[in-house]
Design a protein around this ligand. Structure first.
Ligand code: UDP
Length: 249
């Protein structure tokens, strides 16, 4: 009788369901404005790598590459109208990401907090969870759907609603530093911080509303660099560089 080949066990995943938050600026790549198709495609591949690891992934994207409500308001626009424009910018980015993911055979759904039935699904919590359980990547568009909020707060909100194990915030830098590492050569990276540290040290990671919501619902936040190809999968394996924000050491 021939022996059965040993079945290689799947690596134990630390996180089962993760929410990836990317700012609009990430999708801008080297450009000054808008979307850089190569960067969008590369981010999509990074997401696919994590989906292929067996993780459930949802995404919240911002719109700093297109329009921010605050800058509209500072130019004399009505703030609510400007924020509505910002949220529509988010929908543009969400559709670009969806398209790039589907180009590489990743099943996706866009769910918008502002209803636009001809374009995407409306946000329905139970449906979003079902999509993720089926291996689809859910892209949450239009932030919270309300003016005066940010897409980071949208990320904390959706991560709490989806019972995500983690908010993975992909940024330009590989973690949270004592000062801006692009400006201060003496800036030191933190490995771990509490939510309160972010608030009391006034670290520019996420706005206070977003951090408070993550804290209240005990969703850890990981800050890592999404600039390097393959880094999302790497940090999901617990390798590479990042900073974790949580109340547990
Ligand atoms: N926005 C909003 N409510 C939300 C999320 C976003 O009004 O719940 C608007 C707001 O005008 C914001 C813009 O959408 O400036 C883009 O979001 P954000 O600035 O957070 O994008 P990011 O910095 O992540 O690219």
């Amino acid at each position: 009788m021939t022996a059965m080949p040993a079945v290689k066990p799947l690596p134990q995943l630390k996180y089962k369901r993760v929410l990836l938050k990317i700012s609009g600026e990430v999708l801008m790549g080297p450009r000054e404005f808008g979307l850089d198709p190569d960067t969008v495609a590369r981010v999509a591949q990074d997401v696919k790598d994590v989906v292929d690891m067996g993780m459930e992934v949802c995404i919240v994207v911002g719109a700093g590459n297109i329009f921010r409500g605050l800058s509209g308001a500072s130019n004399g626009m009505d703030r609510t109208t400007a924020d509505h424009m910002g949220m529509l910018g988010i929908v543009i980015n969400a559709l670009a990401l969806q398209n790039a993911l589907e180009n590489i055979d990743v099943k996706t759904r866009v769910q918008s907090a502002i209803q636009m039935d001809q374009v995407c699904e409306p946000y329905i919590r139970r449906k979003a969870i079902r999509h993720m359980e089926k291996g689809r990547v859910v892209i949450f568009a239009a932030g919270t759907g309300n003016p005066y909020f940010t897409s980071d707060t949208g990320a904390s909100l959706r991560a709490s609603e989806m019972n995500c194990d983690l908010i993975a915030k992909g940024t330009k830098v590989n973690g949270i530093y004592t000062a801006d590492p692009f400006k201060d050569p003496n800036a030191v990276k933190y490995d771990h911080l509490t939510y309160m540290d972010i608030l009391t040290k006034d670290l520019k990671v996420m706005d206070a509303t977003a951090i408070s919501l993550a804290r209240e619902n005990k969703v850890p936040v990981m800050v890592f660099s999404i600039r390097e190809k393959g880094n999302f999968a790497k940090v999901m394996r617990g390798e590479g560089e990042f900073t974790i924000v949580s109340d547990e050491i």
